[in-house]
Design a protein around this ligand. Structure first.
Ligand code: C2E
Ligand code: MG
Ligand code: MG
Ligand code: MG
Length: 290
């Protein structure tokens, strides 16, 4: 009797598993097709200098406009693409599109950098730096136009090789930042070993400011530590004036979040953030700091 029930449970389990596997396979097929059909787009979220309130950069975030489902979140499809390896051609598309955008903004005289999220698989590719060098040449990009966002987990493992790859990227004039800082398992030793420029305070430490004293301490400690190590700090997920005020008071260098804007298409970014009084080089607006 128990054995029967057990077998039933097992069968149910494997059926659920294979359904999940099928869903993945199906999603992977659709992603492949989406890439061919040009259904991906990059949206850009402004990064704002805390002291001056000026726009200093834009984070490029991928969007998939699926004709059947509408907008599909990267949180749903990036992990699938990472598992199947499709992240490599998708990531290549992201880099190329971001470089083309950087070229357009550079040509228009806007002094901002574009931050691109990199996945582990991309960094593992030995010719990543060579590929980027080709893109920079093709689009005539000067140094400081591109920033790459890495995650802590990407910095675990073969240190000598990782270090060599990051140094090669730095040599191209690329800035390196650590995304979702404080959420990974890795030791902090990598901060002195690798050529990192920026720490991005994860939004989970920002969300509950000012209710959660622990999160406030963590955010303040990350800022202090970053500055001791001569790194810049940017806060993610800033949604309220209270969060903004706290981070500014603690010396955070820059921020991004819904308080200023959600990620938006490039033309809207240009209209709202580059062709107005907030534009780089323009006098600070009355909303300075926001
Ligand atoms: P991330 O790089 O940590 O990006 C921050 C996420 O927080 C974005 O979600 C952004 O839209 C969202 N966000 C920004 N401001 C706020 C805020 O004030 N409040 C809240 N609640 N959220 C905010 P998104 O665009 O859905 O991207 C999710 C993740 O997907 C990214 O996290 C990144 O890990 C990944 N991703 C996005 N684009 C790419 C890409 O081109 N390549 C790779 N490899 N990963 C990407
Ligand atoms: Mg990011
Ligand atoms: Mg993040
Ligand atoms: Mg992330």
């Amino acid at each position: 009797q128990a054995k029967e029930a057990g077998r039933g449970a097992f069968r149910f389990y494997t059926e659920a598993m294979s359904r999940a596997a099928q869903d993945r396979l199906h999603l992977d097929t659709r992603l492949r097709r989406a890439l061919e059909r040009g259904e991906f787009a990059l949206h850009y979220q402004p990064q704002i200098d805390m002291a001056s309130g000026r726009i200093i950069g834009a984070e490029a975030l991928i969007r998939w406009l699926d004709p059947e489902e509408g907008m599909v979140s990267p949180a749903r499809f990036i992990p699938v693409a990472e598992e199947s390896g499709l992240i490599v051609p998708i990531g290549e598309w992201v880099l190329r599109t971001a470089c083309a955008q950087a070229q357009a903004w550079q040509a228009a005289g806007h002094e901002l950098s574009i931050a691109v999220n990199l996945s582990a698989r991309q960094l593992q590719h030995a010719d990543m730096a060579i590929r980027l060098a080709e893109l920079f040449r093709e689009f005539g990009l000067g140094p400081g136009r591109l920033e790459l966002e890495l995650t802590e987990s990407m910095l675990a493992g073969d240190h000598a090789q990782t270090e060599a790859r990051l140094q090669a990227l730095k040599a191209l004039g690329v800035e390196l930042s650590i995304d979702d800082f404080g959420t990974g398992y890795s030791s902090l030793a990598y901060l002195k070993r690798f050529p990192i420029d920026v720490l991005k305070i994860d939004q989970s430490f920002v969300r509950d400011i000012p209710q959660d004293r622990n999160d406030m301490e963590i955010a303040a400690t990350i800022i202090a530590m970053a500055h001791t190590l001569k790194l810049r700090v940017i806060a993610e997920g800033v949604e309220t004036p209270e969060q903004h005020a706290f981070l500014k008071e603690r010396g955070c260098d820059a921020w991004q979040g819904y308080l200023r804007s959600r990620p938006v298409p490039a033309d809207e970014f240009e209209q709202r953030f580059l062709l107005c009084s907030d534009a780089v080089g323009a006098a600070p607006s009355p909303r300075s700091g926001l």
